[in-house]
Ligand binder design. Sequence first.
Ligand code: B12
Ligand code: SF4
Ligand code: SF4
Length: 261
Amino acid sequence: MNWMENPKRQDIHSVMPSVRSVICVALNYYTPHDRPEGNEYAKISRYGWGRDYHRILHKRLKAYANWLQAQGEGVEARYYADTGPVQDKVWAERSGIGWIAKNSNVITREYGSWVFLGEVLTNLELTPDRPHTQHCGTCTRCIEACPTQAITQPFVVDANRCIAYHTIENRSEIPPDIAAKMQGWVAGCDICQEVCPWNQRFAQETNVAEFQPYSWNIAPTLKELATLSDDEWSDRFPASALRRIKPDMLRRNAQVNLKNP
Ligand code: B12
Ligand code: SF4
Ligand code: SF4
């Protein structure tokens, strides 16, 4: 993740010199499906169950940015979601969408943290909403539930210890102390969100049909993924954010889990 050193990420004006306002959006992706119990199953995070969120969010943000530009001569608008040098969570909190929680995700009062974040940057001067207040209180459930102690202190996730990082981004060997604690996860990790009381109380089903899971993503077995061919991988993950996890990485993730008792 060397791109994180990009200094643009610290200064929104270097991303768009004329920017005067950042319009933030959150899109609910929760669907009310549960993974089956049992060590034989591979766990895929909710964000990857359905169609690639980048496509869905970018399409909507593009339409919005185009509409904004059409509102007057000289109106500029640019959109970002996940992939740009913009800190989505920081802007979401500042704009009042939700707060950066102790598990480092943004939680909204309306949907919990099962939301994707994005922004439209514009040269229009808009009246800002107030930043969201913090509502984790004395709760520490996510910190206690993380199997690899990746939440080293409230609000700080050490990616080197995070199962999501190792399953999605790490292209080499998974360190043995992390591998031993993966608990079946092969694509991201949802533990620190699943234990969160805000998610347990406020999650609601998305109205975005494309986020409904491809049925085979809810209960794949570790064994089938451990030997998945490159072609099978390609068929299984059409238009999917999981394509970031290359076939050899997915097989590695499944194999590492199979070695655990
Ligand atoms: C890199 C990255 C990862 C990395 C690192 C995770 C992390 N905690 O940052 C890895 C691969 C591990 C990861 C995992 C996940 N990710 Co991710 N990830 C990103 C990405 C691309 C950048 C985040 C980043 O800048 N991290 C850098 C570290 C240093 O910062 P940080 O943890 O965010 O927290 C610091 C800042 O908030 C800072 N800070 C606080 N206030 C302020 C104010 C200012 C002005 C500044 C400059 C900084 C600052 O201090 C904090 C502590 O150091 C964003 C998309 C984006 N472009 O923003 C998505 C994003 C954060 N990921 C997302 C998701 C869904 C996930 C997963 C849930 C996926 C999964 N199920 O596996 C997990 C969650 C793991 C976890 N508990 O955080 C969503 C989160 C949505 C939400 N509701 O919050 C995002 C926003 C993508 C999106 N557009 O929807 N992710
Ligand atoms: S995503 Fe999983 S490994 Fe990463 S901080 Fe949350 S619980 Fe820990
Ligand atoms: S589990 Fe508790 S501490 Fe963690 S994010 Fe949710 S409310 Fe905050």
